[in-house]
Structures are given as structure tokens and as C-alpha cells.
Design a binder for this molecule. Structure first.
Ligand SMILES: [Zn+2]
Length: 380
């Protein structure tokens, strides 16, 4: 037994005699079947994230209990790291509490019927302290703009739908072609000739019927870019072409929205997060890297260059990962870092990116220069 593990009987004694607070750290649906008498229900994720909110005084005597003793122990360790000195964990958890014949109570039925679908669908997120109920609700409130329902957009949109993002605005004016199917896994053979946004909506709704999907069959231009970015928390560039990339970058800087950039060619991919709009002079924008697109003809023709089908899958999923981290505000985003992926060598490499103090777009104090519609010379 760990030095701060105690028996169920000792937990009961401490609550009754020393006034310790017994906290059941299991998820709400687990507590529904019954809790140790006198316990307060606070799910582990919420307790670890918001300990100070629940227990202002770090000297509070706390006794944590879960199902079998593992989660309460981890939660106790986490609270101890945050300065809570009097935290114990019940060895064997609620199962041992019951086995020893100690009293149980059923929680009061909630005032509102519980959303079973929500709890079941995201149970594996709810178990993560970094996500938990708070993070999952945050995702449910989020709106993501997915520019392009192609090779990058397919895996990204699938995982955002699966993760519980509340609303996805998908912008793509193309129809599905047979040559797309090698990498654009949102679409099936039966969708050839169908608008990509319609095919994407059907597939994503089938995966997560709770997600609102705003399917926009338009080409992104300087005229509609700000309308399409309205109310959006994160933008994912899944278009992988210069005119769209510069428009998205410029609009994201102007409107203060993080842009998750991804690009693929043959066997190589790149990912980064451009967040200069919210971090002027600290985080770079795409123009800090490449002030202007190369002249038409200088870049290889994408349709001739070819791409290994799985490559945009890897890059799109890295983009989805970054988008979820930004929405949840967890971890370390790829801000100011360019990640290169070499599929043939199976290597990741990282380059530091710093903001260009002379950037015509994002340098502090620079006035917005206006949008530019570059000629399309390479469609994603
Ligand atoms: Zn810049």
C-alpha cells in the first residue's frame, strides 16, 4: 500500500471524526449506481483541473475514492503536486467499500435528464483530466473552418467529428473525381461526380450525428473570406494551394484566429500553426516565411507531382491534433515551429520559425494591407 492509501473503514472514520471530505472521483454515470455514504461526486478530470475552485484551502483534509483505487490514487498524487498536503486515497475503492459492508447512498436524480449519448460517445475523453467534462463541452461549443474536403481535409474532418467538435464549416467547390479516392477518404466510389461538401456531410453525419455541418460549395476569394471565417475558433488549411493559403493567412492575422497549416508533396509533408493575429510580434505568420507566392510556373504542377496517398492522411491528422489542442488549450502548439515529415525515411524534423519584424502583414503596428487574389496555378 502507498503511504497515502487508507482502508475504506479508515476513510469512513476520518470523514466522521476529523471532518475529512470524501470525494468520489468517478464519472457521473459511474456514480449513478451508488456512492460511499457521505461522498461528494467530482469527476477526476474536473477535480484535477479545478481543485482550487472546489477546495480553496490547501490544508483541507481530502479522501478520494474511485471504483477500484487506481484513479483516486493518481488524482491524489496530482493534488499533492499542487500543494494539497492532506490527501488520501481509498485502497480498493468503492468495490472494497461495498465488500466490507460499509453504507452506500444513491445520488439524487439530476434535475435535468442526463445526456447519455454525450457521456457514452466521449467517455474516453471524459477520462482524460486534460479534456474531461469541461474540455468536452468546450469542443461542443467550438466552430472549426475546414478549407477543403480533400486529402488533408478528409482525415482532419473525420477526427474532428469523432472528437465532438460542435460545428464544422466545410468549404470546397469541387466535385469528387475517381483520382481523388486514393487519398480523400471522406468520399467513396459512389460519390464520383457529387459535390465534395455533400459527400463529406453525409459521411461525417453518419459518424457523429450531433455535429452541425455547414457545407459551403464556394471557392474561397477575397470577397467571401471574412464571411466564411465569421465566428470560427480555428481554421484548418486543407486546400494546399497558394491563393487560398495567403487569403487564409491574411484573414486569420486580421481576425485573430489561429491557422493550422498543412502541405504535402510526393513523400514529404509539413505542418505548423500560424497564430500571429493573437500573438503579434511573438508568433510568425505564413508571410513571415514566404512574403509572396512563387511566380506561376515556378512551383511544380501539383497534379503532375503526385503524392503518396497515405501522406495527406498523416499530415491531416497532425493538423486535427493541433486544432483540438488549440480548442482545448492544452499542450504546446506548433506555434513558431515548422514540422517536416519525410515518409520515405520515416523521420520528423522541426524548424524554428520566428516572426519577421518587417513582415508587411503581421509586424506590430502595421496596417492591414488588404486582400490579394493570387492567380490559381495549382489546385489542391
Ligand atoms: Zn508575418
Amino acid at each position: 500500500m502507498h503511504d497515502f492509501e487508507i482502508t475504506p473503514r479508515e476513510a469512513q472514520r476520518r470523514r466522521e471524526v476529523t471532518g475529512a471530505v470524501l470525494v468520489d472521483v468517478r464519472e457521473e454515470h459511474e456514480r449513478d449506481t451508488g456512492m460511499a455514504e457521505g461522498a461528494r461526486g467530482i469527476a477526476r478530470g474536473e477535480l484535477e483541473q479545478e481543485a482550487e475552485h472546489h477546495f480553496h484551502d490547501r490544508d483541507t483534509r481530502l479522501v478520494l475514492i474511485c471504483q477500484s483505487g487506481a484513479r483516486s490514487m493518481l488524482a491524489a498524487e496530482a493534488l499533492r503536486r499542487r500543494g494539497y498536503r492532506n490527501v488520501a486515497s481509498v485502497c480498493g475503492g468503492t468495490l472494497r467499500w461495498i465488500a466490507e459492508g460499509l453504507p452506500m447512498v444513491r445520488p439524487e436524480p439530476p434535475a435535468q435528464p442526463r445526456d447519455e449519448d454525450f457521456h457514452q460517445r466521449w467517455s474516453r475523453h471524459l477520462l482524460l483530466p486534460e479534456v474531461g467534462m469541461r474540455g468536452q463541452k468546450r469542443l461542443a461549443m467550438a466552430r472549426v473552418l475546414m478549407l477543403g474536403a480533400g486529402g488533408l481535409g478528409s482525415p482532419a474532418a473525420f477526427y474532428l467529428a469523432a472528437a465532438g467538435v460542435g460545428e464544422l464549416r466545410i468549404v470546397d467547390d469541387d466535385v469528387v473525381e475517381r483520382s481523388n479516392l486514393q487519398r480523400q477518404i471522406l468520399h467513396t466510389d459512389a460519390d464520383v461526380g457529387v459535390r465534395k461538401v455533400d459527400s463529406a456531410r453525409a459521411r461525417l453525419s453518419a459518424l457523429n450525428p450531433r455535429m452541425r455541418i455547414d457545407a459551403v460549395a464556394e471557392r474561397l476569394t477575397s470577397a467571401n473570406v471574412e464571411r466564411l471565417l465569421e465566428g470560427v475558433d480555428v481554421v484548418i488549411d486543407g486546400a494546399d494551394n497558394f491563393p487560398v493559403r495567403y487569403l487564409l493567412n491574411d484573414a486569420c492575422v486580421r481576425l485573430g484566429i489561429p491557422l493550422v497549416y498543412g502541405a504535402v508533396q510526393q513523400f514529404d509533408g509539413q505542418v505548423s500553426v500560424f497564430d500571429a493575429g493573437r500573438h503579434r510580434g511573438v508568433a510568425p505568420c505564413y508571410r513571415c516565411l514566404f512574403p509572396e507566392p512563387p511566380p506561376p510556373g515556378a512551383a511544380p504542377n501539383c497534379s503532375e507531382a503526385g503524392v503518396l496517398g497515405v501522406l495527406p492522411g498523416v499530415v491531416g491528422m497532425l493538423q486535427a491534433t493541433e486544432a483540438l489542442k488549440l480548442l482545448l488549450d492544452v499542450g504546446e502548439p506548433l506555434r513558431g515551429r515548422l514540422l517536416h515529415f519525410d515518409a520515405l525515411g520515416m523521420r520528423f524534423r522541426e524548424t524554428r520559425l520566428t516572426p519577421d519584424p518587417a513582415c508587411a502583414l503581421c509586424a506590430p503596428g502595421v496596417e492591414f494591407p488588404g486582400y490579394i487574389d493570387y492567380a490559381a496555378f495549382c489546385a489542391g
